[in-house]
Design a protein around this ligand. Structure first.
Ligand code: FES
Length: 158
């Protein structure tokens, strides 16, 4: 009869399962060279993105009103006294997402840049204004569509 360090079949089974788990860990990158970083998060969608707002509905809101579409395509939809416009929520300093307007100001949480409601710079370090985006209606009177790939002048309203 041979001698081994396992006194019961259960101890032997436990040892074998542990050895398999260790082997699997090493095979999956435990050696260091095979480790891979988690993939970066996908970029926000871009292109023509349909909002849940209509022109008539948003024009019925008080001035100013901001709709938060940072989760849809990283932009803000704003109603001011001249109409409706969209503006990127991407800070022109280093690309952080700006906060929602507080009063008449939009602040970037990363380094403190401040913009006015039209995207103009009030305080650095950002030196460029927030970019305005094309706004159209999906159908006449229908939902508003913001194209994050088409910039327009800051004076454009619909
Ligand atoms: S990224 Fe906005 S202030 Fe730096």
């Amino acid at each position: 009869m041979s001698q081994n360090s396992f006194s019961t079949p259960m101890q032997r089974r436990t040892f074998c399962l542990g050895a398999l788990a260790a082997a699997a860990t090493l095979g999956c990158g435990g050696g260091g060279g095979g480790m891979t970083a988690a993939p970066p998060p996908p970029p926000p969608p871009s292109g023509a993105l349909q909002t849940t707002d209509t022109r008539s509905g948003l024009l019925a809101e008080p001035v100013p009103t901001t709709r938060d579409y940072r989760n849809l395509g990283n932009f803000l939809l704003i109603r001011d006294s001249g109409g409706i416009y969209a503006m990127t929520a991407i800070c022109t300093h280093m690309g952080c997402t700006v906060g929602l307007p507080a009063g008449s100001q939009i602040t970037c949480p990363c380094h403190g840049s401040v913009y006015d409601l039209g995207g103009g710079n009030l305080q650095g370090p950002a030196v460029s204004p927030l970019v305005h985006l094309e706004v159209t209606e999906a159908t006449p009177g229908g939902l508003l569509v913001v194209n994050t790939l088409k910039t327009v002048a800051a004076s454009v309203r619909i």
